[in-house]
Design a protein around this ligand. Structure first.
Ligand SMILES: *Cc1c(COP(=O)(O)O)cnc(C)c1O
Length: 419
């Protein structure tokens, strides 16, 4: 469920006409619905209410501090993958004891920052990283709580770029060496082994890979018990998919029921790291048609948002539904919706049937709340777009559009070039 609906002919976000926002702040911009964000978080979190759990929102899917603040207020934690994300989560008021830190390349600076902040645990992805954490904790006179991220070698049946739980992927520790790794961790002075973790991929539309991964983790938890290693936190990662086009992912309630069945007797606290399923359909990208043109092969709609604003179509060939913000009864035609960037890979949709559009029309690119703004860049020296949150009858700019001065703020001309 989301709150982007037509009232009369005009697309609204909750009770605010999208045209009103576009005319006030210009385009392109990301637009999020507060009610949708809240609803998605609550449905997911409540689905696990039968067992002790922490819903650690995956900050990399959408890291705006207003959104992090909202989930923090709803009782959520954060799953972070960098020092920058830790900084955001703390600034947004997420309690550090609900923050888990994943990622294959944590630096010593980042590890120390996380230790000093008092995060719940590190999801450790290699033996060398384990050594680094032990060393950093020793220097700070702290004990680092850790889980090992195990690669369970299950096929998540998703896009290869977003599959992470296969033996050939760079993530986690090979399940075959994980018992040895646990023994090693258990023997370290400054490490406290508290958990086990996996994250097998993103945009999963079936439950069976989650269940397979979970059963491998469960077997490992039992084996570890025989060595006196007790697992308190079981982190299942994120990855539940959403509907962009015609996918039929399981509902969070189904997902939760399947998981709860398996973990109920383990006595662990479950950690979940949902990203896309919470924010994906809670956000859209609003853009304006600049020009249209016909070549002998195609018709192009050139819009003011490009791959620097939303890279998913170019990067993964992802589908995003596109619809006019003002519905007119016009004939349909097949077009490529492309951005202003000087790359042929710069498109939002190809061979898409849309009602005929004219210069000045606004278009809504749907399901853009996850991996949207966070992947935006300044390529072609374009200003990253604004982000807006609607709540009922009001809209709030939660990140201003960048300015030309922002573009060069960190750049310097060396003395020898000055005259
Ligand atoms: C990306 C990521 C997530 C979130 O994945 P979604 O598919 O957005 O739910 C969770 N955990 C880890 C470790 C990740 O890298």
């Amino acid at each position: 469920m989301h709150h982007f609906e037509y009232k009369g002919k005009v697309l609204h976000a909750e009770n605010v006409p999208v045209t009103e926002i576009a005319e006030t702040i210009g385009t392109p911009f990301y637009l999020y619905s507060h009610a949708t964000l809240k609803h998605h978080f609550e449905v997911f979190d409540r689905a696990f209410k039968k067992i002790p759990h922490i819903t650690c929102f995956s900050v990399k899917s959408n890291s705006n501090i207003a959104i992090l603040r909202l989930f923090g207020k709803l009782g959520g934690g954060a799953d972070i993958v960098s020092g920058g994300e830790l900084f955001r989560a703390i600034r947004a008021g997420v309690p550090p004891d609900k923050i888990v830190y994943s990622g294959v390349g944590k630096t010593r600076e980042e590890i120390s920052y996380a230790l000093e902040s008092g995060i719940l645990l590190f999801n450790v992805e290699s033996l060398e990283e384990l050594d680094a954490i032990d060393e950093c904790a020793g220097k700070l006179g702290k004990k680092a709580r850790i889980a090992l991220r195990v690669n369970p070698d299950v096929d998540p049946k998703t896009h290869p770029y977003i599959s992470t739980g296969l033996e050939k992927n760079k993530f986690g520790l090979d399940v075959k060496i994980s018992v040895e790794a646990y023994k090693k961790a258990q023997a370290m002075d400054n490490i406290s082994v508290v958990g086990i973790d996996c994250h097998i991929g993103s945009q999963l539309t079936e439950l069976s890979p989650f269940v397979d991964a979970l059963s491998r983790l469960k077997a490992l938890i039992d084996e570890l018990k025989t060595y006196g290693i007790l697992i308190k936190y079981l982190d299942l990662g994120g990855g539940l998919g959403i509907t962009y086009n015609d996918e039929k992912p399981p509902h969070p309630i189904q997902y939760a029921e399947e998981i709860i069945k398996t973990v109920l007797d383990l006595g662990c606290t479950l950690i979940l790291e949902p990203g896309r399923v919470i924010v994906g359909n809670a956000g859209i990208l609003v853009t304006r048609v600049l020009y249209s043109k016909k070549t002998s092969k195609k018709k192009f709609l050139i819009v003011d948002a490009g791959m620097n604003d939303l890279v998913r179509p170019s990067l993964y060939g992802s589908y995003h539904h596109i619809q006019p913000v003002v519905e007119e009864n016009r004939e349909r035609e097949t077009v490529d919706v492309v951005g202003p960037i000087c790359e042929s890979g710069d498109f939002l949709a190809q061979d898409r049937e849309l009602p005929r559009c004219e210069s000045g029309d606004y278009l809504a690119v749907m399901s853009a709340g996850a991996y949207g703004f966070v992947m935006a860049s300044n390529y072609n020296s374009r200003l990253r777009p604004a982000e807006v949150m609607v709540k009922e009858n009001e809209f709030y700019v939660i990140r201003e559009r960048e300015t030309y001065e922002d573009l060069i703020a960190k750049e310097k001309i060396p003395g020898f070039l000055e005259d």
